[in-house]
Design a protein around this ligand. Structure first.
Ligand code: ATP
Length: 303
């Protein structure tokens, strides 16, 4: 009897594991595959990016709406020069995240074009497009598995040394090393709960392993103390190095070094330039900066 029990019990465990990983996969694909209408052309090409080269990204006069009769983006036109960072700021609902969704081709533009290294993203395979792009989302979904697995997910077959190296670069190694089970600690819904910042660091480590030439960084909106803000700034610098990056920013202090800042309002770019230029111009950005500085002073006085 016991001889039968052990394999059956093992099968039960295996079944639960498979079911769970399918649930995770489903969640992943439901995120990846939001719009079934997006399909590769019959003659779709593999996106060509020269080895180890960060590509130029262009949004050319893009109009976009999710639903008929409600236009979200109006004639959005900008270039992210190869290897540089462009940050997008603006009120909630102004269209910032929509830009990243279009770049990843969750949706197709209605007019204009999005190009990467001169290739229209409509003409390349989705697989090669998504392989080239790393996303650090606001809220990272962790698998119910070890923290090592969650990081290594960025590169199937990654070695332990590689996982530790990227964890160090993402400033999360010390935290992991301090856990009793270290890199074997179970995380996710049924394991150790990580804070928003810790989860984002796992996502950064994962992205560093994937080593994409293009990066989308969606800064978490959660309130952070100024020490954590500095940490994010350092992480962003680290991960954006030698890549072309689009950063959706909520705290202006994290993007003062960006080569280009776009200010969005109701689906249009209303200002663009570097931080000091926009502050000097005294427009919408300068007002946002003033307000955030003021709030920081109030918070610092309160603590
Ligand atoms: P936030 O800072 O709050 O994340 P955002 O600037 O990133 O805002 P978007 O998420 O790009 O704003 O949304 C722009 C507009 O598009 C909003 O009015 C939003 O309601 C609308 N929108 C976003 N996603 C969808 C969707 N899937 N279907 C329909 N409308 C959508």
């Amino acid at each position: 009897m016991i001889q039968l029990y052990i394999p059956l019990n093992f099968l039960g465990v295996l079944y639960r594991e498979i079911k769970q990983s399918l649930a995770d996969m489903e969640r992943l694909f439901s995120l990846m595959d939001q719009n079934k209408e997006i399909a590769d052309k019959d003659d779709a090409m593999v996106l060509q990016i020269e080895h180890a080269q960060a590509p130029e990204v262009r949004f050319e006069h893009v109009n976009f709406s999710y639903e008929e009769n409600r236009q979200i983006l109006f004639d959005v036109d900008f270039t992210i020069a190869a290897g540089t960072t462009t940050a997008v700021v603006g009120h909630s609902g102004s269209g910032k995240s929509t830009l990243s969704r279009l770049l990843f081709r969750f949706y197709d533009v209605q007019a204009g074009a999005v190009t990467i290294a001169g290739q229209n993203i409509l003409d390349v395979t989705q697989q090669s497009l998504r392989q080239a792009i790393g996303i650090v989302p606001q809220d990272t979904v962790l698998f119910n598995d070890t923290i090592a697995y969650n990081i290594a997910y960025g590169k199937p077959g990654a070695t332990e040394e590689e996982v530790i190296a990227v964890a160090k670069a993402a400033y999360i190694h010390d935290f992991i090393a301090s856990l009793p089970e270290g890199y074997h600690t179970m995380v996710g819904e049924r394991g150790l709960k990580l804070s928003g910042g810790e989860k984002q660091r796992v996502a950064i480590a994962r992205t560093l392993l994937k080593n994409p030439s293009l990066l989308i960084f969606d800064e978490a909106t959660s309130a952070l103390d100024s020490q954590s803000e500095q940490m994010i700034q350092a992480q962003l610098k680290q991960i954006a190095r030698n890549r072309t990056s689009l950063v959706i920013a909520h705290r202006l202090s994290t993007i003062v070094d960006a080569e280009q800042i776009l200010v969005m309002d109701k689906g249009r770019i209303i200002e663009r330039g570097r931080h000091h230029e926009l502050v000097a111009a005294g427009g919408a950005y300068a007002q946002m900066w003033e307000r955030q500085q003021h709030n920081n002073v109030i918070e610092a006085n309160a603590s």
